[in-house]
Design a protein around this ligand. Sequence first.
Ligand code: NAI
Length: 258
Amino acid sequence: MQFLDFTKKVVLITGAATGIGANAARYIAKLGGQMALVDINATGLNEVVEQIKGDNSPNALAIVADVTEDSERIIAETINHFGRLDVLVNNAAIGSEKNIMDADISDFDRMMNTNLRSIVILTKLAVPHLEKSKGNIVNVSSISGIVPVKYAFYGMTKAALDQFSKSAANEFGPRNIRVNSVNPSFVLTPMFENAFTAEEALRLKNKCKERYPIGRMGRTEEISAAIAFLASEAASFITGVQFAVDGGAISAGAHYLN
Ligand code: NAI
């Protein structure tokens, strides 16, 4: 048996139109996964689905939906189309470069809603299906869930998400569902490009080069590899971990790039 084989596995990924989610969708589809892909960005999502179908992958379904509003429809469309769910990858999130005094409380509410509340709801809806398939959940968090970064509100959503992942791992273990977290440091994606001014983005890239032991930002496929590993049978004895994919940022104390 191939451990990194997703044949006959139905994998639902949120935020799959761009960045890490889009890359992970293509990556797991190449390993045989049947993909239920969710995003509010219909154009980007349909492109990813077409690419996957063009790669001769078994199946890919676009679910244009907002994770903060459409959880029930997301699970229902997945089950109606594929009949099962094996892996839930909670990846959709929004970022903000603002510090505490500059950010509005509405920024905080928006981020908590998207990065945390929606995941709690989707998880509760997915668990009965994951229990049947002995499936698992991978939550895409951030090193900011583990160590402080400059952007407090974003970091708070990820720290809370990590606690949720660990509690869920404990609660769902006896139901044969694993729950793990992937915690990237900076990765070049639309989120990174949109969150910062060009000047700040360049400063951060240079800081990563200077201070991360691996000497650069992460690449989307490096995060996809970690997601695929944790979601696969290769990780059958792993649950409740925060898997930092960070070029050594945490171990070098290089997370707070001021
Ligand atoms: P991205 O902005 O490129 O992609 C996020 C996707 O989520 C977008 O396609 C967006 O349309 C979708 N999305 C946002 N809100 C949504 C909603 N309400 N409903 C449905 N879809 C929604 O972001 P990126 O960088 O690929 O981030 C993916 C994950 O990785 C996020 O959880 C992020 O916090 C995490 N991360 C990213 C890092 C980075 O440096 N890029 C570093 C650490 C963690």
